[in-house]
Design a protein around this ligand. Structure first.
Ligand code: AIR
Length: 431
């Protein structure tokens, strides 16, 4: 039975995972008077500085996770790759929020896609592959595709792009000869995401969409508000809570979406935790995603999600530290409205998320321009390498196909998503 008693400040919150997402959640929890304990395989994990106790153990260690749960009023997580026996063992001792089932569905890419399709949520064409031949078959059918490892890949890892079936053997090998998901490459007009918070009572709030830009599968920048037509915003803001409710998840759910060049709104992937595309919420939103997670898992009233100042972030990957010139933090901070966020990770590796720059402004365009200007000042070499040395992208004046589709949405000629399929036979059973 769900326990609706609020978990009050002074209590201890456990977090499975101690990376940057746990660290920023822990900071918010500390501000609200909670204590924090974390479990992470890395003894030097980013949350260590904030947590009162760090248990060093792999995400498969049931006994270590039980030890964490015994000391906590509630346990949440900041990475979804936690073994199912660990999730179940924790849930038997303390409330596990988001819940073992939603995490189990989301943590495997094939299971997640299958679940979305079965529940009639809009997804692009995909195929499950357990051999090089199966990958080749999928690419023959789909054309240009992307193969993604079912498990363990995040931040662009465990993904291989395929232009033709000839690449299948190499892709299969590169993914370690393990089952994978093959997705047709989509013609994307806009990448966006919506963050939802859900309490044990079922109450939800959805944040306005964030507009995102990825390079090689890793987020480069995010900006809010997304500067998209109202109809598209409304469709995205309805889609994400419908998924959270159907999953029966408690905590945060980030839904990454594509708006395609032919006017469809598709779900790309789900994350049952704080998300990189809402790091601007610390500055741009009435309630940051990290505070919101604490409120949701402690069953406190959810905070307002609205934008109080247009905001943007640019990620700082390990590459920034690997160029000849050291990052110039003082110069970067000279940009009006900018702030630097560093995660305290000891080792800079290419593609590793080490921190981000944020900026606020009078408009989304200004906030993004400032965050990118700050990035160019921090590391001109990294800006050139990341393709961010030129003028900032114009959020309102994109290419012709996008403008045509967005105009059709604005005129009401195209509906990006029609709402949950009420005829879904097992609608009642989930939640
Ligand atoms: N993370 C979790 N899923 C996706 C991402 N990016 C965050 C979590 C996790 C950290 O990345 O905060 O703990 C791991 O970062 P790294 O650089 O140690 O691999």
């Amino acid at each position: 039975m769900t326990d609706f008693a609020p978990i009050l400040p002074g209590a201890t919150i456990g977090i499975l995972g101690g990376g940057q997402l746990g660290r920023m959640t822990a900071m918010a929890a500390r501000s609200m008077g909670y204590d924090i304990q974390v479990l992470d395989p890395d003894p030097q994990c980013a949350s260590r500085a904030i947590a009162s106790r760090t248990i060093t153990a792999p995400f498969t260690d049931v006994e270590a996770a039980q030890e964490l749960a015994r000391g906590c009023a509630v346990v949440t997580l900041e990475i979804e790759q936690i073994a199912r026996p660990v999730l179940d063992a924790v849930a038997a001792i303390a409330p596990l929020r988001p819940g073992a089932d939603p995490v189990y569905i989301i943590q495997d890419r094939v299971r997640q896609k299958r679940w979305l399709a079965e529940h009639k949520f809009p997804v692009g064409p995909f195929h499950e592959a357990d051999s090089a031949e199966a990958i080749a078959d999928a690419v023959t059918r789909f054309g240009p595709s992307i193969a993604k490892a079912c498990h363990g890949g995040y931040d662009g890892r465990g993904q291989v792009r395929l232009a033709s079936p000839e690449g299948a053997t190499d892709a299969w090998r590169a993914l370690g000869g393990r089952p994978c998901l093959v997705e047709q490459r989509i013609d994307i007009a806009v990448e966006l995401s919506v963050l939802v918070a859900r309490r044990p009572t079922g109450e939800m709030v959805a944040y306005p969409p964030s507009r995102n830009h990825h390079t090689n599968g890793i987020l480069t920048w995010s900006v809010i508000p997304a500067e998209l037509p109202d109809a598209l915003v409304a469709a995205a803001e309805a889609l994400a809570p419908a998924i959270a409710e159907r999953l029966g998840l408690v905590g945060l759910l980030a839904v990454e979406m594509f708006f395609t060049t032919d006017g469809q709104l598709l779900v790309n992937e789900l994350a049952p935790r704080p998300h990189n595309t809402y790091h601007h919420s610390e500055r741009a939103s009435a309630t940051s995603q990290f505070e919101q997670l604490v409120r949701a898992v402690c069953n406190l009233p959810l905070g307002a999600p609205q934008v109080i100042a247009p905001g943007a972030i640019v990620n700082l990957l390990g590459d920034v530290w690997l160029h000849d010139t050291a990052p110039d933090v003082p110069f970067a901070l000279g940009v009006s409205g900018s702030r630097v966020h560093l995660y305290g990770k000891g080792e800079a590796r290419p593609g590793r998320k080490m921190g981000h720059l944020s900026a606020v402004g009078d408009s989304a365009q200004e906030a993004l321009g400032r965050a990118l200007a700050s990035y160019r000042r921090l590391s001109p070499e990294a800006a050139v390498a990341a393709g961010l040395a030129g003028p900032p992208p114009a959020l309102r004046a994109a290419d012709g196909a996008l403008l045509a589709e967005l105009a059709a949405v604005s005129r009401g000629e195209s509906a990006p998503w029609q709402g949950p399929a009420d005829s879904d036979p097992d609608r009642e059973d989930v939640g």
